[in-house]
Design a protein around this ligand. Structure first.
Ligand code: DAH
Length: 353
């Protein structure tokens, strides 16, 4: 063909060869090779077009028209073929990536309540079932409420019981000194100032102490305060209430024990322990603790000075109060041996609860 002048017969052959080889192509890469061979700038069809001037003038017109017709036709079937291959490979791709609905899905990481929050909720529910309401109060507190109104005046030695974090820069001429509350007891006073008896209320909340941390001490922790004021409340009510609490949180059959303790805002003041005796198989109910009795909270009958300070007549009203550390209760209940685990954001620890 290169040496001879092409004629209409040559065109026919080239045309059918081109179509045949295009139909035989199975891979995308080969399509491009085909295009270059036939329709490229140096391709067969282009050469045929270039050869038109050599054609005998009488045949030139027909020949030229035929070449152009073949070129357009080949071009059209090439484009069509190319598009269909593209679609085919796209759809074969989606086929292999199709979602297999029988496979298990990715696990969705689910958050949960912090152990302290859960414990507060559990304790609150227990007291709620005994008729107690629940409220909260400020973490930055006046000296007046944290100590003064609780029968702990300035320079009283009992202040040493609470290592306090004072707020610097309090203008003591204008305001009283402020601190991060060392316990939730100031809420006893705030509640009594604003409420007429009868009162049955608990106050969960965060407290702070100026203390070095170790396995049993944190400088920030939660307490739950309790207060019940009414006519004729006695120590028997305190005992009955806290006994119920111990049964609900630590299990039926738990014994409780009271011992004298000193807190300036109660008289008498006590600490309460729960029993931890070995069972018949020699195991103690509280994991990791080897004592028969474990102290869990402080309590007492509200001191007459405290009642008087809020304007209650101690000859008419009496009441009891108690305070417990939330993390401490959780540690005993779940056998946690280091209080620092609570706030070190270790998910391995936290997700157990
Ligand atoms: N506020 C005390 C403390 O932080 C705990 C306490 C003891 C609270 C006796 C009370 C109570 O209400 O009656 O150590």
């Amino acid at each position: 063909m290169e040496n001879e002048t092409p004629n209409l017969e040559t065109l026919k052959i080239i045309n059918s060869q081109a179509i045949e080889s295009l139909n035989a192509i199975s891979q995308t890469d080969s399509l491009e090779e085909w295009r270059i061979k036939y329709l490229g700038r140096k391709g067969i069809i282009t050469q045929l077009l270039k050869s038109i001037p050599q054609i005998a003038p009488s045949e030139r017109r027909t020949f030229g028209a035929k070449v152009n017709q073949i070129k357009n036709n080949l071009n059209a079937i090439f484009v069509e073929r190319k598009n269909s291959t593209k679609n085919l490979s796209a759809s074969s791709k989606t086929n292999t990536n199709q979602i297999d609905i029988t496979l298990p899905g990715w696990p969705f990481p689910k958050g949960s309540l912090h152990i302290t929050t859960q414990m507060i909720k559990e304790i609150s529910d227990t007291f709620q079932s005994l008729g107690f309401q629940s409220t909260e109060g400020p973490e930055v507190e006046f000296d007046h409420y944290n100590f003064g109104m609780l029968n702990i005046p300035q320079n009283h030695p009992a202040r040493d019981m609470w290592n306090s974090i004072w707020i610097e820069g309090t203008d003591t001429q204008k305001y009283e000194s402020m601190l991060l509350r060392t316990h939730t007891s100031p809420m006893q006073v705030r509640i009594m100032e604003n409420t007429k008896p009868p009162i049955r209320i608990i106050v969960p909340g965060k407290c702070y102490r100026y203390e070095a941390t170790d396995a049993t001490h944190e400088w920030h922790f939660y307490q739950i305060e309790g207060l019940a004021i009414d006519k004729g409340i006695t120590f028997a009510d305190l005992k009955g209430t806290l006994y119920e609490f111990a049964q609900k949180i630590f299990g039926e059959g738990r014994q409780i024990r009271f011992r004298c303790d000193f807190f300036p805002f109660v008289e008498p003041g006590v600490d309460m322990s729960i029993s931890n005796f070995k069972n018949s198989s020699g195991h103690r109910p509280i994991k990791g603790r080897n004592e028969d009795w474990i102290e869990i909270l402080g309590a007492g009958m509200v001191h007459p000075n405290v009642l008087r300070a809020v304007g209650y007549d101690p000859d008419i009203y009496t009441g009891f109060a108690f305070g417990m550390g939330v993390e401490r209760i959780a540690m005993l209940k779940y056998g946690i041996d280091d209080i620092r685990l609570f706030y070190s954001n270790n998910l391995n620890f936290l997700t157990q609860f």
